[in-house]
Design a protein. Structure first.
Length: 600
């Protein structure tokens, strides 16, 4: 058994709560730019004083509407300024925030609102309201549905502001001061890769501990006056925790709801750093590579990529030599500066979580001057429990424990976590809570390895370990991560439990596919389904499989693959909103394809 603990950050006092963050900013730094809000294509400044005034106004309306301390309130919206405004307003009124992904189905909404016994819900659009209306008769405790974006009546913010206009400010201040660190702040429902999503209870102490640990981990990024553009769903604990940290550190925060406009928004907002899941970094890399090859500059890009990776490796081995430095200088002018420009031109680093990034991409981004600090955590740990930092960076790991937290590797290889960021319980689910928490240690279900100096490597999931018919244990995640690094491949799912060998289902990236067809002389109107048996396409996937197989033994190697005619989607229930595979759903939907892999 191995264990490593990080020194504590400033402890959270018993009488602190999340609402203290923006009130302190408003009182001490009233003219500081807390947000830049996108309105009709322009970014408008919002000061700390203005934000606190808006929070106060909405909180008064909530109290006047009848929201009591401890009431659960759903919040279903894309990433936008109002999401953060309502988050703080609910806390100021003494309520508990229950995030809901904007892509959730009516059945998922029903489960979350009914399980949490929500008294109210904020929705963003008419479509969201229609989904709530569809299940409203099953929600006897739901009294209010407020809509953020509407053309036929006042928006939720305006409606509540008007409702609370005559209420005294002290009503809110008395309510918010009564909230303590160990009171419930939010119930965040897990993505639910298997079974019903569980409601993770996070207290004000949990999130405040996460905020302080993040500030300690990233002093260069979390510096007053820096900026962060938030584009991940705020229903995801990673995005929300980093956004809260930015506000606490007086980093200017922007929101953008549509990743289709992300490049333009990055260019106009020009953030100091970004936070994303690995798939975003994969798309930035794949898009640049695709464009270079389409313009006949593929060989230049490929050489620049190789130099960037070598340059990053050199940082861990005494530094780059003169020749490598010279090559890096040339490609910085030709290639790397353009890639940094796609991130807004001022981006000095990025934070990644939710899934493994892959060593080659990590070295690539570090080599072009935008190190990606990969971390590890779960909803149950208020986001990051471990993270790489500027002063402690090791590619291929998810870093050391954040301040005040500990990591332990159990006898069976499971990763256990302990500290103030660890949740207190699953809402109304005592059995699951007892299974997950033991003497303060959270059993993550992940498998890992711990270096002597505290760097953690995640090697797989306990429940996802494949045992072949020959008795070989195979962790699928490493193979899948390597396959997804290929620009042509969107998703990959390794199969082979109780089978004679390892196989894999592969889907094709629809964005990269047109360029690939043009390069290989395929009909422009040909779909992926038309070409699943095409020799050139199969050869490309085989090359990716061969690359993945280099990291494993012969018994663990992928022997056969099948290219599927369509990608996995959230709508079909095959992936979660955070892009994690729902293996049981994929296995059911593609049972025939899996069986065909094993036909002689």
């Amino acid at each position: 058994m191995r264990e490593y603990s990080a020194p504590a950050a400033k402890p959270v006092a018993d009488d602190e709560n999340l609402g203290d963050i923006f009130w302190a900013n408003a009182e001490r730094f009233p003219e500081a730019i807390s947000f830049r809000r996108q309105v009709e294509g322009s970014w408008l400044d919002v000061t700390a004083r203005e934000f606190a005034s808006e929070v106060l106004a909405v909180a008064k309306g909530l109290i006047e509407a009848g929201i009591e301390r401890g009431d659960r309130i759903g919040l279903m919206s894309k990433t936008r300024y109002e999401w953060t405004l309502l988050d703080f307003a609910i806390w100021a009124a003494g309520g508990v925030v229950v995030p809901i992904y904007d892509t959730s189905s009516a059945e998922q909404i029903d489960w979350i609102l009914s399980n949490s016994v929500a008294k109210a819900v904020f929705v963003e659009t008419d479509e969201h309201r229609a989904k709530v209306d569809e299940v409203r008769d099953r929600l006897p405790d739901l009294q209010f549905v407020w809509q953020i974006e509407t053309t036929h009546s006042d928006s939720a913010v305006k409606e509540l502001t008007v409702l609370g206009v005559k209420a005294a400010d002290d009503v809110v201040h008395d309510r918010r001061r009564a909230v303590a660190a160990d009171d419930l702040a939010t119930i965040v429902y897990t993505s639910g890769t298997t079974g019903r999503p569980k409601g993770v209870e996070l207290t004000h102490r949990n999130l405040l501990a996460e905020i302080r640990a993040d500030i300690a981990a990233f002093p260069q990024l979390m510096e007053a006056g820096n900026s962060l553009l938030c584009f991940l769903p705020l229903a995801h604990v990673l995005a929300r925790a980093i956004a809260l940290t930015a506000i606490a550190a007086r980093v200017t925060l922007g929101h953008t709801p549509d990743v289709k406009n992300l490049v333009a928004d990055l260019g106009s907002f020009r953030p100091t750093f970004v936070v994303a899941v690995p798939r975003v970094f994969e798309k930035v890399y794949n898009g640049a590579k695709q464009k270079a090859h389409a313009e006949g500059k593929g060989s230049i890009f490929d050489l620049a990529e190789s130099v960037a990776v070598d340059y990053s490796h050199a940082q861990d081995n005494g530094g780059a030599g003169l020749l490598l430095k010279a090559k890096h200088f040339v490609f910085d002018k030709l290639v790397y500066s353009k890639l940094r420009g796609a991130l807004g031109g001022r981006c000095i680093a990025a934070v990644s979580g939710g899934a493994p990034l892959g060593p080659r991409l990590a070295h690539f981004f570090r080599g072009i001057g935008v190190p990606v600090f990969e971390g590890y955590g779960l909803t149950e740990t208020s986001a990051a429990a471990n993270v790489n930092t500027q002063s402690a960076f090791r590619v291929g790991t998810v870093g050391k424990p954040v301040a005040g937290n500990s990591v332990r590797i159990a006898e069976d290889g499971e990763v256990l976590l302990k500290g103030d960021v660890v949740f207190r319980a699953y809402y109304n689910n005592e059995a699951a809570t007892k299974e997950a928490l033991e003497d303060g240690w959270f059993h993550t279900g992940d498998l890992g390895e711990l270096d002597d100096d505290g760097f953690l490597r995640i090697t797989g999931r306990k429940k996802e370990i494949i045992v072949t018919a020959g008795g070989k244990n195979v962790a699928p995640s490493g193979l899948e991560d390597t396959l997804r690094a290929n620009p042509l491949i969107s998703q990959a799912m390794v199969v082979g439990d109780r089978r004679p060998f390892i196989g894999v289902l592969v889907t094709i990236d629809e964005e990269f596919f047109p360029a690939w067809k043009a390069q290989h002389g395929k009909p422009a109107d040909a779909t992926v389904a038309d070409l699943t048996g095409d020799p050139d396409l199969c050869a490309e996937v085989q090359a990716a499989v061969d690359e993945a197989n280099k990291q494993v033994s012969k018994a663990e190697a992928i022997k056969k693959f099948v290219i599927l005619g369509q990608d996995f989607t959230e709508a079909s229930g095959e992936i979660t909103p955070s892009l994690k595979l729902k293996r049981n759903v994929v296995s059911k939907n593609y049972a025939n394809a899996i069986e065909n892999l094993y036909q002689k």
